[in-house]
Design a binder for this molecule. Structure first.
Ligand code: CS2
Length: 489
């Protein structure tokens, strides 16, 4: 059926046409923006259905298209799972197969918003300068082949170029990844990329494209056999695109949509003028604690976040880190950080959510700067609150050390799972003592802020914890000892 053919009948969901292209249709998008958009169309209608684009995988595209774009969301409540069918996606496109349909969608005047969840590493933007990282694989490819892009920035810029050329209004671009000031970061990167190809295009983007920032939140573990089994049991059909998630969900959006937007607020989103304080709170208190749980959990033998939270010492450590992270925040009217932290602890404890520490532990070099280093920079150089930040940094270093043997080979059962794996391996080859490990990893270019690197108390704090984590042959026992020392201090 054509899109126009779908525009019949009374159901606003059925009659709606696409108005959004979403790039990155992994589980998080299906648990979050797709659900808000579904609720918005059901509440107030509008041509806001989503065309989903997958940059790499093709399986999810085939699975969604075989189901008319519809899929099942299972919410894991303490009293059992609840399933819902989401129908806000009209179709999906695999960019890896053919980029042309993606560019056609981006050039279509009916498309007014591009939303994005591609994870931190897909941006290829230097966080400090806002310029593109020219040796990032997709940036490099797309600067050389701007009409046949395959990465995020190249696709956005080519889409905008086609619109400029056709005299079409630009779309609004909305990053929904866990990056600080994600709208500003993406804006800077897109403009810099465009100016490297065509200065006038870059100037036009700077003047006419809006990049609202957003804070997104919903804990969404990777789907497993039990996700698919529950989807079938609850809704009676096989669904290889089914996902499972927690009951909680939050979306705070900077309200800057010159070409209109769905009634996301009717679906529960909060529209604000300034998202940054919400982003900082979430990145530092939720994601920072998640990273601490992930690395300490990898060392301490906790497969899932809930296993860590079921351990009294571990739960205390996480509570302490939330308190320390809250100490780096400016007050936010209407928000009680202590209560926010308590609610996070409850969410982490949810026994129905099987969120693997290994999943959260990936891409550490992309995550630690905003989750751990930036807040640590806000604390006085020898403050007691630095302890849990130093522990998280040390735990990441210890996990990396353990996944690579002394000769610099990755242990058979492991994967570094980080876009800077080659550099990490090179840094750790022959680095054995805590000071060798710390100094070689802290020296990764454009990574740990100078303010921390030049802070002797920080270096001492990380090295002391690394020494405990690497002591003896029993990794779990060493992790427990480090945890006990932290909560006692
Ligand atoms: C997690 C996030 O994998 C991770 O790094 O910290 O995906 C986290 O679950 C979400 O941001 C929750 O909203």
């Amino acid at each position: 059926m054509t899109e126009a053919g779908k525009a019949e009948g009374q159901d606003p969901q059925k009659s709606a046409r696409p108005g959004i292209v979403h790039i990155g249709i992994g589980a998080f998008h299906r648990a979050h923006q797709a659900v808000y958009t579904d609720a918005a169309i059901k509440a107030e209608g509008g041509d806001w259905k989503i065309i989903g684009v997958s940059l790499r995988s093709t399986d999810i595209v085939d699975a969604l298209n075989a189901q008319n774009g519809d899929f099942t969301v299972i919410e894991r409540h303490p009293d059992g799972p609840k399933a819902q069918r989401i129908t806000s996606m009209s179709r999906a496109i695999a960019a890896a197969r053919d980029i042309q349909p993606v560019l056609d969608a981006l050039a279509d005047p009916a498309i007014r918003i591009i939303t994005i969840t591609v994870t931190e590493k897909a941006y290829g933007i230097d966080r400090a300068s806002g310029q593109v990282v020219v040796d990032h694989p997709s940036i490099k490819h797309d600067l050389e082949n701007p009409r046949q892009p395959s990465g995020l920035l190249g696709i956005l810029v080519e889409g905008l170029r086609l619109r400029k050329e056709a005299g079409t209004e630009p779309f609004t671009v909305v990053s929904c990844d866990n990056l600080p000031s994600n709208g500003v970061l993406l804006r800077n990167g897109v403009i810099d990329f465009a100016r490297r190809i065509d200065v006038a295009l870059g100037d036009w983007i700077a003047q006419s494209v809006s990049f609202p920032s957003t804070m997104v939140d919903r804990i969404t573990p990777a789907s497993t056999a039990s996700t698919y089994a529950d989807a079938k049991r609850l809704l009676g059909q096989d669904d290889p695109a089914a996902i499972e998630t927690e009951p909680f969900s939050q979306w705070v959006i900077e309200d800057d949509f010159p070409n209109g937007r769905p009634a996301w607020d009717a679906g529960g989103a909060v529209m604000v003028k300034d998202v940054e304080p919400y982003e900082l709170m979430k990145l530092r208190m939720l994601n920072g604690s998640h990273s601490l749980i992930a690395y300490m959990g990898q060392l301490g033998g906790c497969r899932y976040v809930r296993d860590a939270m079921a351990d009294a010492d571990f739960a205390k450590l996480v509570g302490l880190h939330m308190k320390n992270a809250a100490a780096t925040m400016q007050p936010l009217p209407g928000i009680d950080f202590a209560q926010y932290g308590e609610d996070l602890l409850d969410r982490f404890r949810n026994p129905e959510i099987a969120h693997e520490t290994r999943q959260i532990a990936m891409d550490g070099t992309e995550k630690l700067p905003q989750r751990i280093f930036a807040p640590a920079c806000e604390l006085k150089s020898n403050s007691v609150e630095l302890g849990t930040f130093a522990l998280c940094c040390a735990a990441w270093m210890a996990v990396m050390r353990q996944r690579i043997d002394a000769a610099g080979s990755v242990n058979a059962a492991d994967d570094i799972n980080d876009p800077r794996a080659t550099e990490i391996i090179a840094a750790l080859t022959n680095a054995q003592s805590p000071s060798e490990i710390y100094d070689s990893l802290a020296a990764l270019p454009n990574w740990m802020p100078e303010q921390l690197k030049s802070n002797a108390s920080w270096r001492d704090a990380v090295m002391a914890r690394l020494a405990v984590l690497l002591s003896g042959d029993d990794v779990n026992a060493a992790a427990r000892a480090a945890m006990a020392q932290e909560i006692a201090s």
